[in-house]
Design a binder for this molecule. Structure first.
Ligand SMILES: *[C@@H]1O[C@H](CO)[C@@H](O)[C@H](O)[C@H]1NC(C)=O
Ligand SMILES: *[C@@H]1O[C@H](CO)[C@@H](O)[C@H](O)[C@H]1NC(C)=O
Ligand SMILES: *[C@@H]1O[C@H](CO)[C@@H](O)[C@H](O)[C@H]1NC(C)=O
Ligand SMILES: *[C@@H]1O[C@H](CO)[C@@H](O)[C@H](O)[C@H]1NC(C)=O
Ligand SMILES: *[C@@H]1O[C@H](CO)[C@@H](O)[C@H](O)[C@H]1NC(C)=O
Ligand SMILES: *[C@@H]1O[C@H](CO)[C@@H](O)[C@H](O)[C@H]1NC(C)=O
Ligand SMILES: *[C@@H]1O[C@H](CO)[C@@H](O)[C@H](O)[C@H]1NC(C)=O
Length: 308
């Protein structure tokens, strides 16, 4: 390195240090006088994402979440009718109501029915990011706190509640589901395509084309979690993954529970053992078809995996 570049480096450092010092001094001065820091805005913004697949991870001081329109069932060259967009509401100050609060989000979509072999167009969802906790051995999970409030309605605006008859009149085929992936190999457990097991928890299901895998074989087990009754179905998907689906009785728009017990007692039923690892936890809606635009709205969501 020549003398000239050393000199330029030193020359550049000085103004940056001076500027930072001035800014930090100004902030300390304002805080001492009880004034809000000048560079933190309390602005709330809603952004719209219509991409096929796109990760959105709003800055947060609490648990990190990533949202994705995830239109995995649509070919890149698809030019047919329909579409899906996701709205995400983020806080510029990164201070959500609690440490586990997720950003509010909605989706508005419509698709014609796909072939019976591939009826799902998308799984728009919000995922708890692999932070310190994932992957985690089931035997080391003390609780999986889940709480959500959601509504599905016909039209382009946020629904206040879910009217199942209105959805069926719009030929809706969709569900609202918690999605988890597990594997004996911790590295595979974090991958929705490489993991051996998928465990889903359906809080709502609309339309006769929206079936859990293994429905025809009948429910293998029934379990109640904090007052909500679930039936378990089992089968294999096209990727050869073992899929276990807990389907709630009715439409559960408010669900607040420790869902950890739904990962236990599955071994004899084709599911994971307590020594398998949970690597993935998300909440969303499988979009199959609808004859007009419908909107899913999730104003309140908390997910938290507590280890022993
Ligand atoms: C952050 O912004 C939100 C939304 O404007 C506001 O409700 C909250 O009080 C703010 N939090 C802090 C710590 O400034
Ligand atoms: C879309 O792409 C797939 C595979 O890449 C191909 O089989 C199919 O024919 C294409 N469809 C159209 C309409 O181009
Ligand atoms: C239906 O939803 C799509 C995707 O969100 C949107 O692009 C389109 O404008 C909506 N159609 C109407 C008529 O509002
Ligand atoms: C939760 O937030 C509090 C401050 O509000 C903080 O002290 C604590 O470390 C946070 N805990 C986690 C797990 O983020
Ligand atoms: C999503 O955001 C767009 C653009 O701001 C807005 O027009 C639309 O009404 C929003 N959708 C919902 C369901 O709030
Ligand atoms: C939801 O309730 C609010 C307040 O009552 C109302 O303004 C809004 O139109 C309602 N939304 C729908 C889709 O009915
Ligand atoms: C069970 O549901 C009630 C009512 O929604 C709620 O207050 C309580 O916190 C829930 N229990 C757990 C363990 O989540």
């Amino acid at each position: 390195m020549g003398l000239r570049s050393l000199v330029s480096a030193g020359f550049l450092l000085l103004p940056i240090a001076v500027t930072l010092g001035l800014l930090l001094g100004l902030q300390a001065h304002r805080e001492a006088r009880g004034m809000p820091p000048p560079f933190v805005s309390n602005k709330v913004s809603t952004d719209t994402y219509c991409q096929r697949a796109f990760g959105i991870s709003p800055a947060t001081r609490g648990l990190q979440y990533t949202l994705n329109p995830n239109q995995w069932g649509i070919a890149d060259n698809y030019t047919g009718p329909g579409g899906l967009c996701m709205n995400v509401t983020s806080f510029e100050n990164a201070s959500y109501p609690t440490n586990t609060s997720a950003p509010q989000w909605s989706i508005t979509w419509q698709f014609p029915p796909g072939p019976p072999t591939q009826p799902v167009h998308a799984f728009p969802n919000i995922k708890l990011d692999p932070d310190a906790v994932f992957p985690i051995e089931i035997s080391k999970v003390a609780a999986i706190h889940f709480s959500a409030e959601w509504a599905y309605g016909v039209g382009d605006v946020k629904p206040n509640t879910t009217n199942v008859n209105d959805l069926l009149a719009a030929d809706v085929n969709s569900n609202v589901a918690i999605d988890m992936f597990l594997d004996s190999d911790p590295d595979k457990a974090v991958s929705s395509t490489d993991a051996k097991y998928e465990v889903m928890v359906w809080l709502g299901v609309f339309g006769v084309a929206t079936e859990p895998i293994g429905l025809k074989q009948g429910a293998l087990k029934t379990q109640s979690v904090n007052g909500t009754n679930f039936n378990l179905y089992f089968g294999e998907n096209g990727l050869g993954q073992s899929v276990l689906t807990w389907v709630a009785d009715g439409t559960v728009q408010n669900f607040n529970a420790d869902i950890g017990p739904l990962l236990q007692g599955l071994t004899g039923l084709g599911g994971p053992t307590v020594n398998d690892h949970l690597g993935y936890l998300a909440f969303g809606s499988e979009a199959l078809s609808a004859s007009t635009n419908i909107t899913f709205w999730n104003p309140d969501l908390h997910m938290d995996v507590i280890s022993i």
